[in-house]
Design a protein around this ligand. Sequence first.
Ligand code: HEM
Length: 487
Amino acid sequence: REQDLPPGPPTVAIIGNLDIFPTVHPYLKLTEWAKAYGDIYSLKLGPKTVVVVSSPRAVRECIDLRGSTMSGRPYMYGVELIYGDAVDLVLVDYGPTWKALRRTVRDALSGEACMRHLPIQHAEATQLMYDFLENPQNFYTHIYSIVEDIDNDMRLIGDLVKPGGTPPIELIPILRYIPERWAPWKAQAREVRALQRRLYFGLLDLCIDRVDNEKRNGCFIEDVLDHQEEYGLDYEKIAYLIGTLMVAGADTTAVYLRFFVACMATYSDVQARAQQEIDSVIGSSRTPEVDDIDSLPFLKAVINEVHRFRPTAPLAIPHTNTVDERIGNFVIPKDSTILLNVWGIYRHEDYFENPNEFLPDRYMRSEYGTKPGVDTTGLRNDYGFGAGRRICPGMHLANNSIILNVMNFLWAFNFNVPKDSVTGEPIAIDLDNNTLDLTLGPNPYECDIKPRSEAKANMIRARFAAAGSTFALFDNQTTVNETSKSK
Ligand code: HEM
């Protein structure tokens, strides 16, 4: 470890900390090290430097206030294998292409633009209530109703790029030169690339056909096509943008909702209190609307607490710095990998009381859920969405989706842990039984879901029937068949 790097675990010659770098649930070990080495510490993975940032104040100092130099993405061999010279907004390095894509997405997903997407989000949330009602035992799958090809795409990307992915091609560069017959990941990368191109180009072709035939449905890509020259994006970049947003948006929101349901069933007192609040504001004669959230402070606190307690992206997405950065007495050399340790930030005992406990009331007592006496200048509630200029541009869309769904859930249903069929004893849901792929999500669990009244069940059926006209606009527009023009 170089002299002026932040401290970290002792290193071994040549490999540094490679031998101790955790590959399973790495955020746990990285958080343990934060307690030993501080809010900003370093690891050496061979010649590479990794800096781990683990407190709200350190995030502000290292990333939020250094937007222009801390917004790169580290080079990943797995990404190059899959994408070649095609670009993905999430993974592309900081520069003109990132700026063009980011501007497009900012326009498409701004708070105002998201209002235009509310009808389809409403219809989707109604569909989920209806699925919970008619087929509650499959609730876990219903939450994640997504195009199968996108699901495969994400799984395959995850296998190749996640820490501990097969094999450690990021950490041990020499593996990259293994001939293809002994390196099955090379063929796998080609397979993902072919799948992506067929799917993304196909979806764009469908949209172009709709625009050409005056059959617009309000999908944001229609706007992008209208302003294609202004945004400076070619056919391939727009197609990949479709894929990026599907991959970045679908899984994240779904795993959040799965954690939400597990928390409600586990903490029945919290569920009852949130339901009481919903009943007093919304009542039983109508279903929830997105604006209702402004009158539901406790539910807002519960939403924040689920983000804190089980962050969907516990290490966000790595950043890299484009110049040497001096931070206090340390120098972080250019091209280091900067990890935002969201898990550790939300478990920091200087900021949060009993951080390992699920206590939504912390957000009733203080805006950022912090304990008394903490200086909250510059703090935020959205570390789960990243930091600096790369902060998640889908935040408004995700928040609307989360708000609509969780209001519906608690308005319509009671969630309980299942009971043992012989003893009748409740069976606890293990909130630590999770998998980290591209996101952290609970493994399948059982939950007893029952409508709160027959009248509400009937309202859900009626709302679902009425949503048909919204869905009709999107019918057959999310899958691609082999006849697509894509190459
Ligand atoms: C609960 C839901 C979500 C969570 C927790 C989440 C979290 C994140 C995080 C941690 C990052 C990395 C930020 C950084 O590098 O500092 C990110 C980036 C991104 N997210 Fe989200 N996200 C969510 C939903 C969405 C949705 C719905 C969309 C769009 C449809 C979206 C699109 C993106 C994109 C395009 C990026 C890359 C931005 C860039 O690199 O400039 N996300 N998200």
